[in-house]
Design a protein around this ligand. Structure first.
Ligand code: F6P
Length: 521
């Protein structure tokens, strides 16, 4: 096993290269005094607003070496055991490779042919997609980004166990013309299976004689799907080596091919593959995911920022922050390193966000003047796809202005010069000025896409995947398992049975026991 995934990994704070990195971060520039833009798979990634100095660059490369980053990256791309706690590969790069393994090529082709067939036959005009987490966010993000207009097939999504979700998803559709896609890596997820039952009830009530003829299954467990009634020709497979949050590139992308078009599905894969090539080959100093990860570690573990804000200045990317939230937080929300020891530095940050400019009128005040602040990833397209250039100029202006305010801030003297023009009372002017000070020096990255296409979105998502991976390597944690989620799933199953009438367990805390009793039917 390469050292990067070895249980012999040293606690980060015992690595001398970490000490040097941590020493250099606070000394580095934080106000974009020199331009640092990396080109990666058609994206421009401006890291000028992150900590930078020649000394930090040297320390960062030494740290990457000390954490065996290059070996780890090789393991990832070769499909080695990058996920040691589940003894699995994390081979999502194979899914978008131009030279994929035979099974990947086969399923990719099946997805494409199936999408084309459904589109050309015209028997189904709507799709209800049922899945959750990694089996939902990717298609949902893409369909929202590119509109559901590329084909004649309309798609709705149901993920939440809340009955309103599935009820809303089927409302107004014609059951005879609706396909039900059940996407689940395990084909055991309660929300998904229960929502699927409701969808099939709806088909039955709507007069569909054989509801399972309308079922399409996407899963890493074709046996479970077959037991559920999915036909082999309507079952699309992926594999254990594809993590849920990395599965958009596999058959989980089927709704994209169906509802936006096969070109969109392939475009995503091409963009992601281009980013893979960049990540695999660009020198470390010019490697966008690597540099984003170093900034992420500096911000989280040295400068102590507890969160990362995603500000996509693009109304089409409303689900981007949720997608990245799952990718980052499910991957890096760990406090034990690969050796099984508590991490000696803070790891995974909270990821949150909202599309700009809505975000400006919601929480940017906190980013500018709150006591904590957060690094911000600004994401914007150079060109818009609407016929209102003046709107796009304003969008760009807002994006740049917010970033500049975070970077430069406003010092007391500048604030006082303003307030002196507002009042003749010097005491009042000083008092007012104190409220108008902006600390500045708050880190940010600006990511510019030429325009929003499946290719650029694919590249963007893959860039974040590799950033998250690199942060995992630097912190010495496994970004590919999710034991916390699994634990919650197990407890929910037990409590669900108890609410259904099974005798309550004896291990509950008093509050949980109380509410189980109150809520039992
Ligand atoms: O959130 C945890 C998780 O296991 C994700 O990785 C996955 O995408 C999601 O649950 C849904 O699981 P499944 O695809 O097996 O239904």
């Amino acid at each position: 096993m390469p050292a990067a995934f070895s249980t012999e990994i040293r606690p980060l704070t015992e690595v001398p290269e970490w000490d040097e990195f941590a020493k250099q971060v606070p000394l580095a520039d934080r106000r974009a005094s020199s331009l640092r833009v990396i080109k990666a798979a058609s994206l421009s990634v401006d890291l000028s607003g992150q900590v930078q100095s020649p000394e930090l660059e040297v320390a960062a490369e030494a740290l990457l070496k000390a954490r065996h980053f290059e070996q780890a990256r090789k393991t990832l791309f070769e499909g080695g055991i990058a996920n040691p706690t589940e003894h699995r590969a994390a081979w999502h790069t194979a899914l978008r490779s131009g030279e994929p393994p035979a099974e990947v090529a086969r399923e990719r082709q099946r997805v494409i042919e199936f999408a084309r067939k459904v589109q050309s036959e015209g028997r189904f005009t709507s799709v209800v997609h049922i899945g959750i987490g990694g089996s939902d966010w990717g298609p949902r993000l893409c369909v929202r980004a590119f509109g559901n207009t590329g084909t004649r097939i309309r798609i709705r999504f149901a993920s939440n166990i809340d009955g309103h979700a599935v009820q809303g998803a089927v409302a107004g559709l014609d059951p005879h013309k609706t396909l039900i896609i059940v996407s689940s890596k395990t084909f055991t997820t309660t929300e998904t299976l229960r929502n699927a039952e409701r969808a099939f009830d709806w088909l039955r009530k709507g007069g569909v004689e054989n509801p399972k003829d309308h079922l399409v299954a996407v899963t890493a467990s074709p046996k479970a799907a077959a037991a559920y009634g999915a036909k082999p020709e309507h079952t699309f497979q992926f594999w254990d080596y594809v993590g849920g949050r990395y599965s958009l590139w596999a058959a989980i992308g089927l709704p994209v091919a169906l509802a936006i078009g096969v070109d969109a599905y392939e475009g995503l894969l091409f963009g992601a593959e281009a980013m893979d090539k960049h990540f695999a080959t660009a020198p470390l100093a010019d490697n966008a995911p690597v540099q984003l990860a170093l900034a992420g570690v500096a911000n989280r573990s040295v400068l102590n920022y507890g969160s990362l804000n995603i500000a996509a200045y693009d109304a089409r990317l409303v689900f981007l922050s949720s997608y990245l939230q799952q990718l980052d937080m499910e991957s890096l929300g760990k406090s034990v390193d690969l050796a099984g020891n508590p991490s000696t530095v803070p790891t995974g940050a909270v990821v949150w966000g909202m599309a700009g400019t809505d975000a400006q009128h919601t929480f940017f005040q906190w980013l500018h003047q709150g006591t904590d602040g957060a690094p911000v990833d600004f994401i914007v397209c150079r060109e818009a796809d609407h016929p209102h250039p003046e709107h796009h100029r304003l969008l760009l202006a807002n994006c740049l202005a917010q970033r500049e305010a975070l970077l430069q801030g406003k010092d007391f003297d500048a604030a006082l010069a303003e307030t002196k023009r507002m009042t003749k009372d010097p005491e009042e002017a000083e008092w007012l000025a104190r409220h108008r000070v902006h600390p500045g020096g708050r880190p940010s990255t600006l990511i510019v896409l030429p325009r929003l296409t499946p290719y650029t979105l694919g590249a963007l998502l893959a860039m974040y995947e590799h950033k998250v991976f690199t942060q995992g390597v630097l912190w010495g944690i496994n970004p590919f398992d999710q034991w916390g989620v699994e634990y919650g799933k197990v407890l929910a199953a037990g409590i669900g049975r108890e609410l259904d009438g099974e005798a309550p367990g004896t291990t509950h805390d008093v509050s949980t026991a109380h509410w189980i009793n109150v809520l039992r039917t």
